[in-house]
Design a protein around this ligand. Structure first.
Ligand SMILES: Nc1ncnc2c1ncn2[C@@H]1O[C@H](COP(=O)(O)OP(=O)(O)OP(=O)(O)O)[C@@H](O)[C@H]1O
Ligand SMILES: [Mg+2]
Length: 227
């Protein structure tokens, strides 16, 4: 079983959107998936409860139960455990990082998100974990290309200690509409641009799962995000 923790010190950066959509994507690909929601806001729980069809198993728990939840999930042969975290408190988020194979740091490609992304990435590295930064709500002028971010932001992120995922998520209404029904964007709008972004991101995360947890973050990846 692989544990994927989604985190960011910045509120509203897309942690829940990423965690829920990736968990649903893994589920739709036939995997046995558990989504642990340790955010007292319970946004991921609300989303999954709005779902009318089978989906990932939900564990709305506090951070103190994470270790036991992970052990039980391993025993019950889950393939993936996704953890959606709150922006704070740091101690709760650290517990989610500690049990992770891979940490995904969610952030918008904007000036005000930059410092929180860098600090979150540093915290992941300090705890001896690897992962990547996933840009969310990026803008693009064309629907068929990867998200575009400002070159100075991309440059700053090269030094944050974690690689940048080559595929991020653009700002799309589909993410909000799908979430309200507990759907993955790939179910809500199959083949649409939001679904394509998510599928590319999941393919990258899944392909790299073995290497990422072992410090792949030391080598910044070439990224398509500036294309
Ligand atoms: N790619 C996207 N396109 C459009 N809307 C998005 C996208 N990502 C997130 N949003 C919207 O932005 C808002 C914040 O997203 P989300 O709740 O996922 O962030 P969060 O980091 O989990 O927030 P919090 O820190 O409060 O837990 C939500 O209304 C969500 O629907
Ligand atoms: Mg959230």
């Amino acid at each position: 079983m692989k544990t994927i923790t989604v985190l960011s010190r910045k509120g509203g950066s897309g942690k829940t959107t990423l965690a829920v959509n990736l968990a649903l994507m893994a589920f739709l690909r036939g995997h046995k998936v558990l989504l642990a929601d340790i955010d007292p806001q319970r946004s991921a729980s609300d989303a999954l409860r709005a779902r009318g069809e089978p989906g990932p198993v939900l564990a709305d728990i506090n951070a103190g139960k994470l270790f036991m939840t992970q052990s039980n999930a391993m025993r019950d042969c889950f393939d993936y455990l996704f953890v959606d975290t709150p922006a704070m408190p740091e101690a709760d988020v650290a517990q989610a990082v500690n049990i992770a194979d891979v940490c995904l740091v969610a952030g918008r490609p904007s000036f005000l998100d930059l410092a929180p992304i860098v600090r979150t990435a540093e915290a992941v590295r300090r705890l001896g974990k690897g992962g990547m930064v996933v840009l969310n709500q990026a803008h693009t002028s064309r629907s068929d290309v990867a998200p575009v971010a400002f070159p100075d932001i991309m440059e700053a992120l090269r030094f944050c200690g974690l690689p940048l995922a080559p595929h991020g998520l653009r700002s799309r209404e589909a993410f909000q509409k799908a979430m309200a029904r507990g759907l993955c964007v790939a179910e809500f709008e199959p083949g649409g641009p939001a679904a394509r972004d998510l599928e590319r991101l999941w393919a990258h995360v899944e392909a790299g799962l073995d290497g990422l947890g072992r410090g792949l973050g030391q080598t910044p990846m070439k990224t398509a995000l500036t294309a």
